[in-house]
Design a protein around this ligand. Structure first.
Ligand SMILES: [Fe+2]
Ligand SMILES: [Fe+2]
Length: 250
């Protein structure tokens, strides 16, 4: 099963790169992911025309199920209302085959820092334990662990410690984040935390081009995961792999 993870579309005139967006759409449709996860920052100012452009982009990516959550930019200027109108609830749970996907809104109006909040913990725990044999995937915009090459630490979840403890306790397999526009993977005692870059905006840092993640789950072997970083120009790199040790040994 394939999960495509894209983030930080920033679909405003001054930042969105249509030519790269076309490349990404073509590449994703060629890869045929079953699940699409979009970890926020669809817009710059939470304005209606930005949401519409982001929606047109997302709608052209074929998949069985998609999970879209807001970022800090999307809840500016009452953007959280626009987000709900176009993409539905800001926090939500989906299930596809034996994969439980939980999207958490970590954004707060007119603040850049992330926050999940104790009021969501009970709901989150229920979602993550309802199907005990499922592979659990959690998506949120803000990073839960600092990401290299992002300078002085800012905007990390204010309740990152409590959230991490909850996710570990509920045996979450994958955590998907965006926000810093720097792709990275951390393996925290078996819980794989995957950050995505910006997919097709010009808001890139030096030498960190636009990219997205493709996560391949082995249907025959629970926990076997390959993660590819794919640049918007199409270069592909395997950045994480686990669970194939026995096969390799044979
Ligand atoms: Fe962003
Ligand atoms: Fe952000």
């Amino acid at each position: 099963m394939k999960i495509a993870h894209i983030s930080d579309i920033h679909a405003a005139e001054a930042y969105f790169l249509p030519e790269l967006a076309e490349n990404v759409i073509a590449k994703l449709n060629e890869l045929e992911p079953e699940i699409l996860v979009v970890t926020g920052d669809l817009t710059i100012g939470g304005y209606p025309h930005e949401f519409e452009r982001a929606r047109r982009f997302i709608d052209r990516i074929a998949c069985e199920v998609s999970l879209v959550i807001p970022g800090n930019h999307d809840v500016r200027n009452l953007g959280y209302l626009g987000f709900e109108t176009i993409f539905g609830p800001r926090s939500k749970v989906e299930r596809y085959r034996e994969v439980t996907l939980v999207g958490i809104d970590s954004a707060q109006p007119d603040l850049d820092e992330g926050h999940v909040g104790r009021e969501k913990y009970e709901w989150l725990e229920r979602c993550l334990t309802h199907h005990p044999d499922d592979l659990n995937v959690v998506a949120l915009h803000h990073h839960v662990i600092p990401v290299p090459k992002t300078g002085r630490e800012l905007n990390i979840l204010t309740d990152a410690g409590d959230l991490l403890e909850l996710l570990m306790r509920c045996h979450v397999d994958l955590v998907l984040c965006g926000h810093k526009h720097v792709p990275w993977v951390w393996n925290l005692d078996g819980m794989v935390i995957v950050n995505a870059g910006t997919v097709c905006s010009n808001r890139v840092k030096w030498q960190i081009p636009q990219s997205f993640n493709l996560i391949e789950l082995d249907d025959r072997k629970r926990g076997a995961i390959d993660i590819f970083r794919i640049s918007a120009r199409g270069e592909q790199e395997l950045v994480f792999s686990r669970g194939h040790e026995e096969e390799d040994a044979v």
